[in-house]
Design a protein around this ligand. Structure first.
Ligand code: NA7
Length: 545
């Protein structure tokens, strides 16, 4: 039976265009998919909710937004010409520059002609008879394709807590991922920020520099490490351009596809003096080295983790003048690195300013939003602006917002109620020809994203090329392969401290979301190898017909 739950309301006629492949999202993944699928001669349509390319870098325009990957490890690697012509101005580029880069890529490779902007996909049904996906858009259009590829990112479903009175607030209020496109002036405003995750850490640092008054509502402090950003001078620029092959080789070898790789020794096997010297050396380096270039067991062994955690706690206390505020900023309920580590550029110092106030909303939770501000159980705060830096329904949220129905009509969101079930994080059984680039359980989730996005996109496009060559119409993950991969993902995480900590990695930031690991902790090289082996063995674990 063909599945007819959605696509057009009964009686309605909607224009339905036919393509070989439909891609959802025009971020880093979507752009590269166009480039690769075009080379196979496929007709492609990308549907993008925003009015421009860039995905994360299109939406997250809040002050201070920048990536935590070294710029030169972040760009696409597929075009030497692109690598040689683009010059990153800083070691860790800010959002406007990254967006300009992605716009440049779209223009250079003429990618926009396959993208339909301002178009939000709300449903997708697999038609078993026609062996194709039918996609429905909020704007009332439909489209059909043999392949459906989600390129919707892991942090694209913004989350705002369901506070009482939220609509009553009379001032401006924004989530960080739905930021205005025009500059916002806070210099005379009383601003409240809810949240102290990686986003808030960047935002608070920047807003604090020029604000009337800033109140930060913190539920859980995080361990923030100095970013140590700086401009790239002409000499370094030339060095970078000459060493791209080495940079990308290095990224292929490390756990998270960053230039930083773990030290294989245990923190417990090293004399205290040497260990502290290494902590200090890593602390003084830019980027994620302190997290992902540290002793290999700091994220698995509680004793090893306690050593690095104490080191960071001391560093936090040293930066904050008021000892009471310092203590509020020191995490107590988890160890260093077991949640996403924010990188900061003056975050702790922001709390040394007279016009910045830190409020503990774990001790006294937010009771409601009022027309004039925020009321906690303990006090009321008058505000002109509220900024929700409250994160995302990570990894699965962007999927469950779309009514995706596979063979026989089951909804993906129902299938994933108890946590995602996937094969390689690339497909879910019962949803043939649906590829989930950077989907749940995919190696790209815990990764310097563009590096793993390239791997994902190349694997998917090679797979489609293989199917075309062999006249195969349909590829579907087997339930057995899915069970094995899902079990593997869950076994791997149990060996780490991530499993013991509340975070968006575990889905615990969203009320009612099942506690389940959403990512993959086997490391990028193992993931790449597994994907390559699956392909080399004729896509084992999939049925092709
Ligand atoms: P995060 O890391 O999920 O941070 C969200 C923040 O919002 C976090 O501090 C939360 O506290 C806080 N939050 C959420 N709900 C509430 C309520 N109800 N009351 C008070 N505080 C709340 O999101 P980010 O955007 O910072 O970062 C996401 C990723 O984007 C980041 O890792 C980068 O990779 C880019 P909690 O910790 O849950 O107690």
């Amino acid at each position: 039976m063909p599945n007819t739950q959605r696509v057009a309301p009964p009686g309605a006629t909607i224009p339905v265009d036919q393509y070989d492949a439909i891609v959802i999202g025009a971020g880093i993944s979507g752009l590269y998919l166009i480039y690769r699928l075009r080379k196979l001669g496929l007709s492609i349509r990308v549907f993008e909710a925003g009015s421009g390319v860039g995905g994360t870098w299109y939406w997250n325009r809040y002050p201070g937004a920048r990536f935590d990957s070294e710029s030169y490890s972040y760009g696409y690697s597929f075009s030497d010409e692109l690598l040689q012509e683009w010059e990153w101005s800083e070691h860790f580029a800010a959002q406007p520059e990254t967006l300009r880069y992605l716009e440049h890529v779209a223009d250079k490779f003429d990618l926009r002609r396959d993208i339909q902007f301002n178009t939000k996909v709300i449903a997708a049904n697999y038609d078993e008879v026609k062996k194709c996906w039918e996609v429905e858009m909020e704007e009332g259009m439909g489209a059909r394709a043999q392949f459906l590829i989600t390129a919707i990112g892991i942090l694209s479903a913004p989350y705002i807590p369901d506070f009482d009175g939220i609509d009553s607030f009379a001032g401006d209020a924004w989530h960080t991922a739905a930021w205005p496109h025009e500059p916002v002036d806070f210099s005379t405003k009383r601003v409240g920020v809810i949240g102290t995750g990686a986003t808030a850490v960047q935002l608070i640092t920047e807003v604090a520099k020029n604000v009337g008054h800033l109140t930060v509502f913190q539920r859980t402090p995080n361990y923030c490490k100095p970013l140590r950003n700086g401009p790239i001078d002409a000499h370094r620029q030339a060095e970078i351009k000459a060493s791209y092959p080495d940079i990308f080789k290095r990224c292929r070898e490390t756990f998270g596809a960053f230039i930083h790789g773990f030290d294989e020794r245990s923190a417990l096997d090293v004399p205290a003096e040497e260990r502290n010297a290494m902590f200090e050396a890593l602390w003084s380096q830019p980027g994620f080295g302190f997290w992902l270039g540290n002793f290999s067991d700091i994220l698995a062994n509680e004793e090893a983790n306690a050593l690095v955690t104490e080191f960071v706690r001391t560093k936090i206390r040293e930066q904050v003048t008021d000892p009471i505020v310092a203590e509020m900023l020191v995490p107590k309920n988890h160890g260093f690195g077991t949640r996403r580590v924010p990188l900061e550029s003056g975050y702790y110092e922001a709390y040394n300013r007279d016009n910045v106030l830190l409020v503990d909303v774990r001790a006294a939770p937010i009771e409601r939003i009022t027309p004039t501000g925020i009321k906690t159980c303990a006090a009321e705060y008058n505000l002109d602006v509220i900024i929700y830096a409250t994160g995302f329904d990570a990894v699965t949220g962007a999927f469950t917002q779309i009514d995706i129905r596979g063979e026989g009509g089951p909804a993906l969101k129902d299938k994933w109620t108890d946590g995602p079930r996937t094969y390689l994080g690339m497909q879910s059984a019962g949803f043939p020809n649906l590829f989930t680039v950077v989907g749940p359980h995919n190696g790209a989730t815990f990764c310097n994203l563009p590096r793993c996005i390239e791997q994902n996109v190349e694997w998917v496009s090679d797979c489609i090329g293989y199917m075309r060559d062999k006249n195969i119409e349909r590829i579907a993950a087997t339930p057995e392969a899915e069970n094995a991969w899902t079990a593997h993902v869950n076994e791997l995480v149990e060996e780490t401290l991530f499993a013991k900590t509340d975070s968006w990695f575990m889905g615990t930031n969203i009320p009612g979301k099942k506690r389940s690991f959403l990512m993959y902790t086997g490391g990028s090289p193992s993931y790449r190898q597994k994907c390559d082996d699956v392909a080399a063995n004729g896509y084992e674990g999939f049925v092709l017909d």
